[in-house]
Write a protein that binds this ligand. Structure first.
Ligand code: GLC
Length: 499
């Protein structure tokens, strides 16, 4: 594989493991049942000991919470529920002290409907006249329903690719561009090491707001490949500009496009350094599908010389143990993920093997559930607070009632229970982060159907996805997802061997 073309790793993010902290769900220091910055700060040693390189904090800005912080009412402050700017500064200082970088989430596609701009600078948003008494075009919101809401006062419609409480900004306006430059500078001056750019593919819209092509008959409602509401050519000069603003800080784009070749355009040498690659995350536990996703990604990114990235969990998708149907497979997947070339993203709780939780309807909070009339379960099930100890009902996350209920049997998954157990998921992640191969591209070894075997940086990663058995490759066994299996890897297990 051409990446990293034989050259030494150039930048800290090229081989980094990022740890995503969903701020509401990590640790509550204030005692209100909701996670906060002081809570995260108190648990930084845990994150450092895990062995990751950087922390990604989800939005903690003042927000009415229609999308749990992804509806921002003030980009340059901290929501009182999460702490203060001083708390933020303290968190960054402590993280740096521990050798952890910190990136923050910037949400430029939309604001909260309660952002003062929506009242005072209407022209910064996308407004249009209706068509035949209905919305201006056929665009659909990601969270369900039309992407337009009628404003009775003006008679016009405003655009929202997500919830109506998240009006889309009009990035064709110079003012909007200038405002975000100031916002990026504000956080750079506070010492952040980079930004995760929310909905990075969405900022500009087709200036004529033309209809999207109709979906292929028989496909899921709302599943049409958006072409005019997203992925517009103006994004590339914008990101080139942001790259110069960012200096040596990293920009990670949530470029939510299904084709890695289209994603690669965003990580050309003078644009974003990294973009999430969701291809693995969309695949089932199937060797051929996983291998195709890996090859498609490496091929597309090598063509532009960009660093590959990998992710199996985040705050928007069901937990891995549940998706793959077993903790054993999730353990094997951890060894696959952490052996791949490039940058990996972990989601807090992944290292504990937390499961997706099916919440009763009355406990649900996610707008996706409500906006689809319950047709989609929503994302609450992967946002359950972290169990730090087995003590119910707060599980060491809070002294109060946690904002989403933690299942009564999660004591066994808690940090306190797993910490000193060498066979736990937490120990596996710690070991894998310590032993993970670095440097070099990936070379596939021939292996039976249902298995994946590749070498990288002197380590062979062997994954028995669903074959009856796979022999552990020759060499010194570095790590096995199931330590009982030293000669043969049964289905749903993996091992690293020094070649
Ligand atoms: C991104 C976030 C998601 C949020 C959406 C709208 O996809 O990851 O949580 O709901 O953007 O901001």
């Amino acid at each position: 594989m051409p990446w990293p073309s034989g050259s030494p790793v150039a930048e800290w993010w090229d081989e980094a493991v990022f740890y995503e902290v969903y701020v509401r769900s990590f640790a509550d220091a204030s005692g209100d049942g909701v996670g906060d910055l002081p809570g995260i700060r108190a648990h930084l040693p845990y994150i450092a000991e895990l062995g990751v390189d950087a922390l990604w904090l989800t939005p903690f800005y003042p927000s009415p919470g229609a999308d749990h912080g992804y509806d921002v009412a003030d980009y340059c402050d901290v929501d009182p529920a999460f702490g203060t700017l001083d708390d933020f500064d303290g968190l960054v200082a402590d993280a740096h002290e521990l050798g952890l970088r910190v990136i923050v989430d910037v949400v430029p596609n939309h604001t909260s409907i309660e952002h003062p701009w929506f009242r005072e600078h209407r022209e910064r948003y996308v407004w249009a006249e209706g068509r035949n008494g209905g919305p201006p075009n056929n665009w659909l919101a990601v969270f369900g329903g039309p992407a337009w809401t009628h404003d009775p006062a003006s008679g016009e419609w405003y655009l929202h690719l997500f919830a109506p409480e998240q009006p889309d900004l009009d990035w064709h306006q110079a003012d909007v561009q200038h405002e975000f430059e100031s916002i990026l500078r504000f956080w750079i001056e506070r010492g952040v090491d980079g930004f995760r750019i929310d909905v990075a593919h969405g900022l500009f819209k087709d200036p004529e707001l033309r209809d999207e092509d109709e979906p292929v008959p028989g496909s899921e409602p709302g599943s049409f490949d958006r072409r005019r509401a997203i992925d517009q050519p103006q994004l590339h000069p914008l990101y080139r500009h942001w790259r110069t603003l960012a200096g040596d800080r990293v920009l990670v784009g949530e470029v939510f496009l299904s084709d890695p070749v289209r994603v690669a355009d965003y990580v050309r040498p003078d644009e974003l350094q990294l973009a999430f690659n969701f291809t693995l995350l969309w695949e089932p536990w199937d060797a051929a599908a996983l291998r195709d996703a890996i090859d498609a990604t490496l091929g597309a990114l090598a063509a532009v010389g960009a660093t590959p990235t990998w992710v199996l969990e985040n705050h928007d998708v069901p937990r891995l143990v549940t998706r793959y149907g077993s903790a054993s497979r999730a353990r094997a997947a951890a060894l696959l993920l952490l052996a791949l070339p490039g940058t990996a993203f972990l989601y807090a709780g992944q290292e504990l093997g937390l499961e997706e939780v099916a919440l009763p309807d009355e406990a649900r909070q996610d707008p996706v559930f409500f906006r689809t009339g319950g047709a989609r379960a929503g994302r609450d099930g992967c946002r359950i607070p972290i169990p730090w100890s087995p003590d119910e009902p707060g599980f060491g996350f809070t002294d109060a009632m946690p904002w989403l209920p933690v299942p009564a049997d999660w004591g066994s998954l808690s940090v306190a229970t797993q910490r000193d157990d060498p066979a736990s998921m937490l120990s596996l992640y710690r070991d894998a982060l310590r032993l993970r191969p670095r440097g070099g591209g990936l070379t596939w070894h021939e292996s039976p159907p249902g298995t994946l075997v590749f070498e990288r940086g002197g380590t062979v990663c062997a994954v028995n996805v669903d074959a009856s058995a796979l022999a552990v490759p020759q060499g010194e066994l570095l790590l096995a997802s199931d330590s009982a299996n030293r000669g043969e890897l049964p289905s749903g297990t993996a091992a690293w061997v020094r070649a």
